[in-house]
Design a protein around this ligand. Structure first.
Ligand SMILES: [Mg+2]
Length: 181
């Protein structure tokens, strides 16, 4: 079976809807989710501080628009699925949250929480929102990154054959099952 890595923040669940109000409150700013036009939009130190607070609200995160647990079930028939995150979570919290979204434990093999570059992991496909992965993917022409469309990765040019963009979850599932976009 081919191996598929799926990111969590902004790929499976919407974290910015919780992050941005916490950020605005703390730093007396008026940022809107739609204003975020690059991955490092927020100063790193502030980002980390608020991110830690945000992850405590994991139960309140809503699914990314168009995401359903049933897609993971469909994909699990053809792929070995692992959730791969840089997030500040425990496996237990993640599995509980996934379960609440209809993603049951038998749909996937593992949850990996890491600080290492994700592209270095041994997967055939990555589903992620992080535009910074694009550069890393250059070293791995045999792997494919499917980029979830966001306001901070729209500028990525179609430079590489192994980066696919502009698909929602329904289209991603169809593509991974049939091989066609
Ligand atoms: Mg993410």
């Amino acid at each position: 079976m081919k191996k598929l890595a799926i990111d969590l923040d902004s790929t499976v669940w919407q974290i910015l809807d919780i992050f941005v109000p916490l950020y605005n409150k703390k730093y007396k700013t008026n940022v809107k989710v739609g204003d975020i036009d690059r991955f490092h939009f927020f100063p790193q130190e502030r980002f980390m501080k608020i991110y830690k607070k945000t992850t405590k609200h994991i139960k309140e995160f809503k699914p990314v628009r168009g995401f359903f647990g049933s897609y993971i079930e469909e994909l699990s028939i053809l792929y070995d699925i692992t959730f791969l995150t840089h997030g500040n979570y425990t496996k237990k919290k993640v599995s509980k949250k996934l379960e609440s979204m209809g993603v049951w434990g038998d749909f996937y093999q593992d949850i990996i929480i890491t600080k290492e570059p994700k592209a270095d992991f041994d997967f055939d496909y990555f589903i992620d929102d992080n535009p910074l992965m694009v550069a890393d993917m250059k070293q791995y022409p045999e792997k494919t990154l499917i980029l979830i469309p966001t306001t901070y990765n729209y500028y990525i040019a179609d430079e590489y054959d192994n980066i696919l963009r502009w698909m929602n979850w329904k289209q991603i599932t169809e593509y991974l099952i049939t091989g066609f976009i």
